[in-house]
Design a binder for this molecule. Structure first.
Ligand code: 3HC
Length: 283
């Protein structure tokens, strides 16, 4: 996979993580963001993460420097026009994503695959705004990207077998495991994870137990690395609410109704770890 070029759209938590794993696997990476400050924060995150890996003697200093040198940050999409693969990891808003896919379709060479890291939105709808729907696919990484092995690969209605096979190869070249799923709301990961988190929030809302007790039950009783409320904070409560709304609207079933307490936290700006307060407070 050496000398292959990848463009990552969005330098947030997920985009930076994706750029890091691509560059670590020898891809030349163009990391794009509209916002120069967000871009700098993304690059800083990658540097910090790689420095930790050096301290833990997982990689050598030379490898860190080579990896960083393979990442070019940019605010111009045309710097990635010759990319072999583009992975979009911007805000979870279908209309905004559609605009980006339309632009990418015009700018990026026609053989390139356009992938989205969306957590719940329709790959089929994103493909439909391009002239290459057979080359549009979901590549759903898990947070923290450098650590988590799974990439949920989502096949839209028009995604070709060739595109899937290529993404499977790319995912494996990153040291990750691709799992193929079809394009329905929340795919598999968030269709199962988010109702569990929502139920944990209902359990808190109904006063059945304290937040610490709910998390302890799931950590010690089910061997989850984080309790569901801590995990919700880690993911972002706005993201959790957004995914529950996609499930609720997409399936029309009341079992996906977001808990009023989740809505209230989001309205109050308690968005979780990224703002240092959610169900818990963070230093
Ligand atoms: N970048 C790189 N490495 C990281 C990292 C990061 N952001 N965060 C943790 N790590 C590494 C550490 O360096 C450490 O490596 P080592 O074992 O080689 O020393 C290892 O991960 C374990 O980290 P810690 O010892 O600091 O802490 P924990 O043992 O508590 O693990 C965790 C942290 C891996 C985040 C663990 O708590 C976990 O697995 N939590 C659940 C994560 C999860 O469920 N993610 C999926 C969220 S859902 C999602 O992403 C989908 C979306 O659509 C919502």
């Amino acid at each position: 996979m050496e000398n292959r070029k990848a463009m990552v759209i969005g330098a947030g938590q997920m985009g930076a993580g994706i750029a890091q794993v691509l560059a670590s696997a020898s891809y030349n990476v163009v990391l794009y963001d509209l916002d120069t400050q967000a871009l700098q924060r993304g690059i800083n995150k990658i540097e910090t993460s790689l420095k930790k890996a050096v301290q833990k003697e997982k990689i050598k200093e030379d490898e860190m420097n080579e990896t960083l040198a393979r990442i070019q940050d940019t605010t111009s999409l045309s710097n990635g026009d010759d990319a072999d693969i583009v992975i979009e990891a911007i805000v979870e808003n279908l209309e905004v994503k559609k605009e980006v896919f339309k632009k990418l379709d015009q700018i990026v060479k026609k053989e390139a695959i356009l992938a989205s890291n969306t957590s719940a939105l329709s790959i089929t709808e994103l493909g439909a705004v391009t002239k290459r729907p057979e080359k549009v696919i979901g590549m759903h990484f898990m947070n923290p990207v450098p650590v988590m092995k799974l990439v949920e690969v989502i096949r839209g209605l028009s995604t070709s077998e060739e595109t899937y096979q290529e993404i499977k190869r790319i995912t494996e070249s990153l040291g990750k495991v691709p799992v193929l799923v079809e394009d329905f709301p929340g795919f598999v990961s968030n269709r199962i994870l988010m109702p569990m988190i929502n139920e944990a929030i209902y359990t808190l809302y109904e006063g059945i137990a304290s937040k610490e007790a709910i998390d302890e039950v799931m950590k010690l009783g089910m061997n989850h690395p984080m309790g569901p409320l801590q995990l919700a904070d880690f993911i972002g409560l706005d993201t959790c609410l957004f995914i529950m709304e996609v499930l609720h609207e997409g399936f029309g079933d009341d079992k996906y109704r977001p808990c009023p307490l989740l809505k209230q936290y989001v309205k109050g700006g308690y968005l979780g770890y990224k703002v240092k307060r959610g169900f818990y407070e963070y230093e």
